[in-house]
Ligand binder design. Sequence first.
Ligand SMILES: Cc1cc2nc3c(=O)[nH]c(=O)nc-3n(C[C@H](O)[C@H](O)[C@H](O)COP(=O)(O)OP(=O)(O)OC[C@H]3O[C@@H](n4cnc5c(N)ncnc54)[C@H](O)[C@@H]3O)c2cc1C
Length: 501
Amino acid sequence: MKKTYDIVIVGSGIGGLSTLLYLAETALFKQGKLSICLMSKGKLNETNTNWAQGGIAAVNAIGDNFDKHIQDTLTAGAFTNNQYIVEKVVKGGPQFLSDLISWGAQFDKNKNGGYDLAKEGGHSDARIWHKEDQTGKAIQDALIDSLSILPNLTILDHTCVVNAIKYADHSFGLGVYDSNNDSFLNIFCNKLVLATGGLGMLYQKSTNQLLATGDGIYLASKLGATIENLSFIQFHPTGLYENNQISFLISEALRGAGAILRNEQGEAFMYKYDERLDLAPRDIVSRAIVKEIGLQQNPFVYLDATKINSEILDMHFPTIKQECMLRIGLNIEKEFIPIVPVQHYSCGGVKVDEFGETSISGLFAIGETACTGLHGANRLASNSLLEAVAFAKFSIPKLTELMEAPMMIEVDIVLPILNNIHKLDVQQIMSKQAGIVKSKQGLKEAYEQLCNIKNSAVQNSNFDIEHFEANCILEVALLLIQDAQKQISNKGVFYNSDLVN
Ligand SMILES: Cc1cc2nc3c(=O)[nH]c(=O)nc-3n(C[C@H](O)[C@H](O)[C@H](O)COP(=O)(O)OP(=O)(O)OC[C@H]3O[C@@H](n4cnc5c(N)ncnc54)[C@H](O)[C@@H]3O)c2cc1C
């Protein structure tokens, strides 16, 4: 089966859905001159967006200003950010929030009727818009609901892009696997938007959805797009210590409300590492925890929320409270929470310009899969949801220009040849050698081991998603290690113990 669209958006998180909703506001769409298809690998709400807890950063409070948000973003990013992009995104913040609200997203208000803005690690002021501790879900649900009133959209769930090629006329052909009925189709488009999210499944422990296998980075690199800063992986300092690949995230906002990190002796330790204490940026807190774990018996440290008023816990952290009880039977009002740093966010990705376009004309990357320059070497908390909406909006002028009918190539787009690779093999290597603290020897060994897996893998005769994803994570892991080996200094989240700062 073959289908053709002006624009195909791959991904149903905040990046993909905001792009779609901004497109729906254009005259072209309103005149019925724009055909759009959006697809997602799983259910529409099976996204990292849906799991975002803390919120979305934008200046609104009295006393706060754009310069402070800009400075905080640059400081977290170790001043390796693209300053022009930082200013463009931060200054657009209030408008992006207003766009989300116009699409139905709701944020908590205070007793005076104003927005109840929270403060998170690395932020010098309260500017985090949130909906309890389920902000992502509130945004995701609102954006999905907004689709129902839009005409002429094709929305395909459980539909996975497994191959992409670019034709001489600049249009794209996609090989797509429909797991609803175990079939394949070819889709053609003028412009292709990759909003496929993160790559958490490269690691053994992550806060990400199982679907986060770096597909967009894999597809873009196959098309020849520039990939940048892939080794800038943010580890969240406070993943709940439990026996699962997906770690439940204990939001920074809990530390913002007064929770304190303690070692196994119950001693607060952040004073040894940073004057901002428990609210230091994530890379500093993660490395401090790794250091403390190295000095003690337990493979985890504690987060102490027992001094926080129970009304505040109930009002702002109901999910964290409930999940700790459900998962490990722990009452956060009375007991310390065992936590460990886990893979959380990819600061790098497919390099894009200020309109979200990659080095391949007509190919766009939006959201976590992109490297926009906003984060530099480290993402400031709650700047990623903001970045996704911002670049969705910035992309519209280029995305809608020169709309010509894509050519319908009468050949099937071949499926990728998959190797029989197991995700766990890749994840173990990455977690051991390419985690929070790297070394030259570790990276060399990891690269060799990954190449061995690739070279000795036998071909898999039947196509299946599991092996497609395993191939994706292997290829993306190789790119990540190559990027790590190119780094000549430690900055932000990147730390190689053999490099002099
Ligand atoms: C637990 C957690 C908490 C977080 N909290 C915050 C927070 O408080 N504030 C903040 O700013 N950020 C937070 N983040 C980060 C933020 O949620 C993500 O960076 C952001 O939601 C990514 O949005 P996205 O649209 O790029 O990708 P996602 O929301 O992950 O969506 C990816 C989409 O791509 C689809 N997809 C992937 N591959 C394919 C394929 N091959 N074919 C078809 N579809 C495909 C998926 O099905 C999915 O629909 C958090 C992340 C996690 C995991």
